[in-house]
Design a protein around this ligand. Sequence first.
Ligand SMILES: NC(=O)c1ccc[n+]([C@@H]2O[C@H](COP(=O)([O-])OP(=O)(O)OC[C@H]3O[C@@H](n4cnc5c(N)ncnc54)[C@H](OP(=O)(O)O)[C@@H]3O)[C@@H](O)[C@H]2O)c1
Length: 252
Amino acid sequence: MTKHCAGKNAVVIGGTHGMGRATAEKLIEAGARVLLTGRDARNVDKARAELGPRATVLQSNVAEVHEIDALAHALRETMAPVHALFVFAAIAEFQPFGEVSEGSYDRHFAINTKGAFFTVQRLAPCIADEGSITLTTVTPANAMPGMSVYLGTKAAVGAFVRGFAVELLPRRIRVNALAPGFIDTPTLGLAGLTPGQRAEVAAIGDAVTPMQRHGTMEEVARAALFLGFDATFTTGVELAVDGGLSTVAGPR
Ligand SMILES: NC(=O)c1ccc[n+]([C@@H]2O[C@H](COP(=O)([O-])OP(=O)(O)OC[C@H]3O[C@@H](n4cnc5c(N)ncnc54)[C@H](OP(=O)(O)O)[C@@H]3O)[C@@H](O)[C@H]2O)c1
C-alpha cells in the first residue's frame, strides 16, 4: 500500500473510540503522524495503551475552551503545522423534546456546537496553508423522534462549515463535513444505550437505510481521508455517508 499521508501531520478530536478512532488508525496506516484526543480518562488510557508509540493520545474536553487552548499550545510545541484536522467529538442523548432539560440542552450545545466552533477557531493557526478541516454533522435524512436538540447542534455545525470555508479561503484551507447515517460504532453515536436499546436502534437503521445495512467505521474513515487529503477541489460541503438514506428510495 502506498503511504499517501507520509510526512503529514493529522489531529483527530474525539479519536479514542468510534469513527474518530478508525480514522486515526487509517491515518497511521497511510503514514501520517497522528495526535488524537478524548475526554474520558479511562478511554484515553485505553487508546494510549492500544496504540502505543503509533500515536500521541491526549485528554482534552472540547466543552472547555481553556482545554482547547492547552491543546493548541501542545500542538505548537510538538506537531505544527497540522495538515489535516478532523473533529468527531459529540454526544447524543435522545429524548422527546417535551422532556429535554435545560442541562441536557446546554451539554449538547457545549460539546457538539461550541466545542466544534472553538476547536476550529483556536487550532486554525496551527493548520498549514492548503491544509484541511473535516467536521462531523449527521445525514440530512428525515428526522426521527427524540433528535431535536442533537439535530439543532449539528445544523449549526453544518452552517459553521460554510462560514469557516469562506473565511479560510485566503489560506487555501478546505473545510468540509462528514454527514454519517447509521454507522456501527460502539455507541452507535448514542449515550448510555442498554444492549436491548442498541439492538432496537440497529434494527431500525438496517430497515430504513436503502442499502439495508449499517455503514462501518472503516467506510467512514475512508471518506474522512478523502475529504482530508484527496478532495482538493472541494470545500464547504457536507458529504453524506449514509447508504443512500438522504438521497434514494430503498428496495420495495
Ligand atoms: N454512530 C452513528 O451512527 C452516527 C450517526 C451520525 C452522526 N454521528 C456523529 O459522528 C461522530 C462520531 O460518532 P461515533 O459514534 O464514532 O461516536 P463515539 O463512539 O461516541 O465517539 C465520540 C468520540 O468523541 C469523544 N468525545 C465525546 N465528548 C467529548 C468531549 N466533550 N471532548 C472531547 N472528546 C469527546 C469520545 O471520547 P470520550 O468517550 O472520552 O468522551 C470519543 O472519542 C459524532 O459527531 C456523532 O454525532 C454518528
